[in-house]
Design a protein around this ligand. Structure first.
Ligand SMILES: *[C@@H]1O[C@H](CO)[C@@H](O)[C@H](O)[C@H]1NC(C)=O
Ligand SMILES: *[C@@H]1O[C@H](CO)[C@@H](O)[C@H](O)[C@H]1NC(C)=O
Length: 225
């Protein structure tokens, strides 16, 4: 009798331990792994196994990310359907407003995916007004307000409320955290970082220009055909 009581107690304790850990880690389990792959596919190109995949890790308020975008875009035009691109966001902790800017991109991507890249380009163009020194005296609320208004200009008037509410929705906060965690899990510690078919593009750093892309991709495109 004593023995089976102990057994029941042990089972009960085990149950509570499992229950406790389950509850404790549930918050994390809710979004890692995420239900949907991280990243914004560029253009109307379907991602296919037989295209060369570039993954760019960008911070919307990073000057090096901004500078690397035109040559990458040129390369995408040049190679057409044999190369596709997915952009991942890495909001860097030492870039003020990187997280809210990245969150704006997730909000807009959820509402209207084809406006994602126009908004990214808008951030690249006007990112200086979100730098630390320029926003030192501004409240977080006024910066978000500015971003909502600006994103509305890019996406369209009718989206104003949805974008505004998007900043109040924990889903978009989680999506932005997932982007950060995804980049970290890939070993990305700065922006821009480029991966080609899953491998880090070596020795290019932020300075890769169109010729750099030609050098990296010509041999791969050649071996495909
Ligand atoms: C921020 O406020 C300080 C103190 O009032 C002022 O000296 C500084 O110029 C302001 N900076 C900006 C970017 O407005
Ligand atoms: C944001 O969410 C809070 C709590 O859910 C709510 O009280 C508030 O009205 C919301 N604000 C906006 C702008 O949607």
């Amino acid at each position: 009798m004593q023995r089976s009581n102990n057994g029941a107690l042990l089972l009960l304790s085990a149950f509570f331990v499992v229950f406790f850990f389950h509850s404790f880690f549930k918050a994390r389990a809710d979004y890692i792994p995420p239900a949907k792959l991280d990243g914004f596919p560029y253009g109307n190109r379907p991602l296919k196994w037989d295209t060369i995949l570039i993954e760019a890790f960008y911070d919307p308020v990073c000057p090096d990310s901004r500078d690397s975008w035109p040559p990458l875009k040129q390369a995408l035009r040049y190679y057409g359907s044999s190369v596709s691109l997915v952009v991942h966001l890495l909001p860097l902790p030492y870039h003020d407003n990187a997280f809210v800017a990245s969150r704006a991109l997730h909000i807009v991507n959820d509402l209207y995916p084809s406006a994602t890249f126009p908004l990214l380009e808008w951030f690249f163009k006007y990112q200086e007004k979100f730098y630390g020194a320029q926003t030192r005296n501004l409240s977080r609320a006024s910066i978000i307000d500015d971003i909502v208004k600006s994103a509305t200009k890019v996406v369209g008037r009718s989206y104003y409320n949805d974008i505004k509410v998007g900043f109040n929705n924990s889903k978009t906060d989680l999506e932005t955290r997932v982007s950060f965690k995804y980049a970290a899990s890939r070993g990305v510690y700065g922006t821009p970082f480029f991966y080609v078919n899953g491998f880090l593009l070596a020795d290019t750093g932020s300075s890769i220009d169109f010729n750099g892309w030609r050098k990296a991709l010509d041999p791969l495109v050649g071996t495909k055909s």
